[in-house]
Structure formats: structure tokens, C-alpha cells
Design a protein around this ligand. Structure first.
Ligand code: AMP
Length: 305
């Protein structure tokens, strides 16, 4: 399946207990597209950057075979900037600032050749923009959407509108509680599914992820990691691995959704090993498959006598 990714391209300033970077390449679309590019090529990208976006950012995306026809460059504008600081508990992060810059006036125009993409992945951006993208698409087979607390709090009505049209929503545990107003994650999943998406994936940081459909609850483990450098983008890398696998296999069965969740977790685990997008820069498909198999071993056990 052809894949369209829409989302933010950013310059991130990140501090973790293990190091810091200034103006590093980031953004939801960057991470999603990079992760998905290990499964299908080309990935089509729609987003916006300013004239200050570094050439290395473009080279990174082109190097991953990402089609940039849909990337708008506002020469006299500034690229979206985000800054986050992580605590010793890496599941806790404070947003230091979000400067939307060129995103404030962004009008996502989907190039003609992208409009028939069968798989649409709406990265974490203003839900009003996510809906504008969907309005331009010709009958996609699967729409996957990511969001975050920033939009749940500020654009709740618009987000609820977008949710009516999508199949899979990916969000983390605190966001699921915020959106559903339910403390229990299983109940939260049901409440969110009633808002539109038939599949809800709730990520639980280092505790794995839950896949919830009408028929099934699947609990995926997280990869046990001793060395995490930077958790930024883990959620987006998860979405990219998930989308990439579905697009590669063109199979939306429940068994294949489970595999897609494990591929999502696999890409997220590679992402956090290095700062920024470096963990997604030069993997091999063999490395990805090896780690996928390690996931299977993690929670396999024999019944005994
Ligand atoms: P994650 O760690 O998966 O939540 O993704 C972090 C990435 O999301 C960073 O590279 C940020 O640039 C980007 N980001 C943070 N806040 C927003 C926002 N409000 N809208 C769009 N992208 C964002």
C-alpha cells in the first residue's frame, strides 16, 4: 500500500539526564516517515518548514527515500520548534516550549499523485489540519492518527471531528485518560472507540502497549532496555513501524495488527537508543527482524504439566 505521512517537521531542543541537543532534526512526520521507510518506499510526506530548515534535514529524509514533493518551504518563515526536558523517570517529560511558527498558517495541500494513497498516517498536528488532509484524499483504505495532550486540551472539538473518520488512533496512557475522562485504560479504549476509530492503541512507555478492538485486547511488551539516550520520537517511531508493516503486508486482519504493534515497538526501541532521529538513520531490515523475534521470546512461556 502507498503511504502518505502528514505531520510536523521540527527543530528540537532536548535535555535528558544523559545529554542534550539544540535544534536537532525532529517532528512527528520526520520520525514516522523515517521508521516507515524501512518497510515500504517511497513514503510520501506533507508538511512545512521555514527557510532556516537545515540542508542536512533534507538530506536525511531523501537518504531514507522519502518523497518530498509535498513539503512546503516558507523561505521567510521559521521552522516549528519544540523543546522538552526528561526527568530521571524517562516516562516523565516537561515541554519547555512549543513555537508553532510556519505551522500557524500551514495549509496542507496534498499533491495530486499523493491523493490516491491507500494508507494515510496523520502525525501529531492540529486536528483541524488533519481533517483538511482527509478532505483531499480519494478513498484511502486505512487512516491512522496520532495525537497528544497539547491538542486534546486545546482543540478537543476539532479532534473529536477528525476521530469520526479514522480507523486507528494511537495515543499514550495519560492522553487516553485525558481524552476519555476514564481512569481505567480498557474502559478508556472503549470510550475512545465509540468516538470513531475501530482500533485504539494505547502506549504505556516502558510498559508496552495495548491494542484494543471490538473483539480483542492484545498486550504487547516493551523491549527491556538498559541504555536509553533520548525517548523523543518513540511514539512517532512506533506509529511509523506500525504503519510501515501494515502498508508492506496490505493485511488488516487482527493477527496482522498484532504484528504491526510489535514492529511499532521494535522501531521505537531503536529510536530511543540514540539522540533525535539518529537511532532511525541506518538500520537494516535484518536488524529489525531480529529484534521483532526477540519480542516474541520475551513473553512466550510453556504451560507446564
Ligand atoms: P513523541 O516523543 O513521539 O511525542 O514526539 C516528539 C516529536 O513531536 C518532537 O520531535 C516534536 O518536535 C514533535 N512535537 C511536539 N509537540 C508537538 C505539537 N504540538 N505538534 C506537532 N509536533 C509536536
Amino acid at each position: 500500500m502507498s503511504v502518505l505521512v502528514v505531520g510536523s517537521l521540527a527543530l528540537d531542543t532536548i535535555e535528558t539526564p544523559f545529554g542534550a541537543v539544540d535544534n536537532a532534526l525532529g517532528g512527528s512526520a520526520t520520525y514516522i516517515a523515517a521508521a516507515a521507510s524501512y518497510f515500504v518506499v517511497p513514503i510520501r510526506l506533507v508538511g512545512v518548514v521555514g527557510g532556516d530548515f537545515p540542508k542536512q534535514g533534507i538530506s536525511f529524509l531523501k537518504g531514507r527515500n522519502i518523497d518530498l514533493e509535498g513539503l512546503q518551504v516558507v523561505e521567510d518563515g521559521k521552522t516549528f520548534r519544540w523543546s522538552g526536558k526528561y526527568h530521571y523517570d524517562l516516562n516523565v517529560r516537561d515541554t519547555i516550549f512549543t513555537d508553532v511558527n510556519v505551522f500557524e498558517k500551514f495549509n496542507p495541500i496534498i499533491p495530486e499523485k499523493y491523493r490516491k494513497s491507500k494508507c494515510v498516517c496523520l502525525g501529531n498536528i492540529d486536528p483541524g489540519l488533519q481533517s483538511k488532509v482527509l478532505d483531499q484524499m480519494h478513498n484511502p483504505r486505512v487512516i491512522i492518527c496520532d495525537t497528544m495532550n497539547y491538542w486534546i486540551e486545546r482543540k478537543n472539538k476539532e479532534l473529536r471531528e477528525t476521530l469520526k473518520s479514522i480507523k486507528v488512533l494511537i495515543l499514550n496512557d495519560s492522553e487516553a485518560r485525558l481524552l476519555s475522562k476514564e481512569p481505567n485504560l480498557i474502559t478508556a479504549g472503549k470510550v475512545i472507540r465509540a468516538m470513531g476509530p475501530s482500533v485504539v492503541i494505547i502506549k504505556k512507555g516502558e510498559h508496552g502497549a495495548l491494542l484494543l478492538t471490538e473483539q480483542m485486547i492484545f498486550s504487547a511488551p516493551a523491549y527491556p532496555m538498559e541504555n536509553i539516550s533520548d525517548p523523543t520520537g518513540a511514539g512517532d517511531a512506533f506509529a511509523g513501524g506500525f504503519v510501515g508493516w501494515l502498508a508492506r503486508t496490505d493485511d488488516l486482519s487482527e493477527e496482522n495488527l498484532k504484528r504491526a504493534v510489535i514492529y511499532g515497538s521494535t522501531l521505537a526501541s531503536f529510536c530511543v537508543e540514540k539522540f533525535g532521529v539518529d537511532g532511525l538513520a541506518d538500520l537494516t531490515y535484518l536488524q529489525i527482524q531480529d529484534r521483532f523475534r526477540e519480542f516474541r521470546e520475551l513473553s512466550r512461556f510453556e504451560e507446564g504439566d
